[in-house]
Structure formats: C-alpha cells, structure tokens
Design a protein around this ligand. Structure first.
Ligand code: NDP
Length: 284
C-alpha cells in the first residue's frame, strides 16, 4: 500500500483527550454536559450505535440518558419526549436515533429539537446556517471527515474536491464544508453521467454512497486523497464504498473502513455536545 492511512481511531482518541480537558474545565465551574438520546424500537444496529454513544459519554464525563421507547411509540409520545428534553436545562444535546420506525415522521420530530440542542446538526436551521457559512452545529460525519483532512495537514484550498452522494446528513454538508475551505467542489449522485470522469479529476474524493467497494482504482487520480464514508456489511464484514486495497495503491491518503470516518462521527457528537454545554454554561 502506498497511501498513508488517515487513522480515525487515533484521531478520535486525540480529540477525546482534548474534550476531556474541556469537560473538566466545565466541571470546575460546576457544570456537567448532558446528552439525551431517544431510541425508538429495537433495530440492532441502532442499539449498537446508541451503546457506543453511551460509552463515549461515560469516558468523557458527559451525563448521558437514553430514552428507550417501544417500536409502536406514537408520534405524540415521541414529540412529548423531545419537548421535555428541550425544556430540561440539564440537557445540552438531544439526539433522535435514526432510522425511526416507518409510522413516525422523522423530519417533523427533528424539526422540534431546539437548534442549539441539535447535536446531530440535522435541524433545518443548522443546515441552513451551514449553507450560509454562519456559526451552527455541523452534522457529525462530515465534520469528522473534514477534521481528519485538517488534522493530517492536507491542503484543501484551491483543490478539486468531488463528493459522491448528496444526502442531507453526509454528502451535502460535506460539500458545503469543503466549499467553506475554498475547495472547488463537485457533487455527484445517482443521475450523474460518466461518474468516473468526475471522480478522476478529484484531488480530494469523498465517497458517501452506501454501495460496497463502488469506487474502483480506475476512478481515482494518482495521488488523490480518498475519504470513504460508506459503511456496508458484506458477508458479515464491514467495508466501505471504496475498493480499499487497489485504491490505496494510487491514493496519497485514504481512510480505512472500519477505523476511519466512523470513529470520528461519535467523537464529533461528543464535540458538539461539549460545545453546546460551553455555550449554555457561558449564558448562565
Ligand atoms: P443515502 O442513501 O442517503 O445517500 C446515498 C447517496 O449516494 C445519494 O445521494 C445517491 O444519489 C448516491 N448514489 C447512489 N448510487 C449512486 C451511484 N450509482 N452513483 C453515484 N451516486 C450514487 O446515504 P447516506 O448519505 O446516509 O450514507 C452514505 C454512506 O455513508 C452509507 O454507506 C452509510 O452507511 C454511511 N454513513 C456512514 C456514517 C459514518 O459514521 N461513517 C454516518 C452516516 C452514513 P441520489 O441522491 O441520486 O439517490
């Protein structure tokens, strides 16, 4: 392999050390950050994600509370839980674990979270402020991916960045963050004609597609920085959207799956929660 690994495990651990200090500084002022996670139903992947979030909170000294609700929870009950957490001054961050059961209106539920407590950065206000380049809570996965590039000292300004995927939680915010860093950004999606012609131009290529090993070596420019956001399960094993081994022969930097962007996502959730607590504490 010729590419240098962008190691999410190491970078997330480093970030956690910094976060611990910020939590300690808050504790000295008598303030403990609080995160409430709302989990509806018993989707096994969601259970794992929530348990990882609880563990991260415990490591950092963040007070976490998980509201586990049955799969047949009504919209009304879900919304009441959100309102309650909004009103609770000990709660700095609220996260509704997605996906929700089909009968629930997730967009409506997310829109009810106070923007300043929306530590996932999914609220329309936060998404809108990001698009305008204003101070806001940034969605954890793209924020984590950008953090990896910056931490590794990878130049972004003036570079050709190509983001494959245009979801509201990854592709679009990722493109906006790269734009803020003065990259020249192209967003590709399932209707893009001749995808490879675009990806081959990329100095920085971000794959957020949800298709195992979809980005092959012939789609990647020699020396490109490749960020693989995808998390796919093939024969019980995790893999990304990038065909890792052959692509890493061509890339200059690459994120692995597992151990890449995924590790940063939870670290950024913690970062958003601590930042929300710092703001709340400063306003007391
Ligand atoms: P979505 O399914 O919401 O979006 C996928 C995007 O990929 C869409 O914009 C879609 O285009 C595009 N796409 C699909 N097929 C093609 C194709 N053949 N050519 C070009 N573009 C294509 O997924 P998410 O954004 O939520 O997630 C993407 C991946 O990232 C998934 O593997 C997910 O598991 C992972 N993920 C990882 C996280 C982490 O912590 N590392 C967190 C969140 C997600 P169109 O819009 O036209 O349909």
């Amino acid at each position: 392999m010729s590419a240098q690994l962008l190691d999410g495990k190491v970078m997330a651990a480093e970030l956690e050390e910094e976060l611990k200090k910020r939590v300690e500084a808050l504790a000295q002022k008598g303030y403990t950050p609080g995160l409430t996670v709302i989990l509806v139903g018993d989707d096994p992947a969601s259970q794992t994600y929530v348990s990882n979030k609880e563990k991260a909170c415990a490591r950092l000294g963040i007070r976490s509370r998980t509201l586990r609700m049955p799969a047949d929870t009504t919209q009304e009950t879900l919304e009441a839980a959100i309102h309650e957490a909004n009103a609770d001054p000990s709660v700095n961050g609220i996260l509704v674990q997605l996906p929700l059961p089909r009968h629930l209106d997730g967009d409506r539920a997310l829109s009810l979270i106070l923007p300043e407590k929306d530590v996932d950065g999914f609220h329309d206000i936060n998404a809108g402020r990001l698009s305008r380049g204003l101070d806001c809570v940034v969605a954890c996965t793209p924020k984590g991916a950008l953090h990896m590039l910056k931490r590794a000292g990878i130049p972004i300004s003036g570079k050709e960045a190509v983001v494959v995927g245009r979801s509201n939680i990854v592709g679009k915010p990722m493109a906006l963050l790269l734009l803020q860093e003065n990259a020249t950004v192209t967003i590709c999606h399932s209707r893009t004609v001749d995808l490879a012609a675009h990806t081959r131009r990329a100095d920085i290529l971000v794959a957020a597609i949800g298709k195992p090993r979809f980005i092959t070596a012939d789609m990647v420019k020699e020396g490109a920085v490749v960020v693989d956001v995808g998390i796919n399960r093939v024969d019980g094993k995790l893999c990304g959207d990038v065909d890792f081994e052959p692509v890493s022969q061509k890339a200059s930097y690459i994120t692995p799956v597992p151990g890449g962007v995924g590790k940063m996502t939870i670290a950024m959730l913690m970062d958003n929660t601590v930042a929300a607590a710092e703001k709340a504490a400063a306003a007391l």
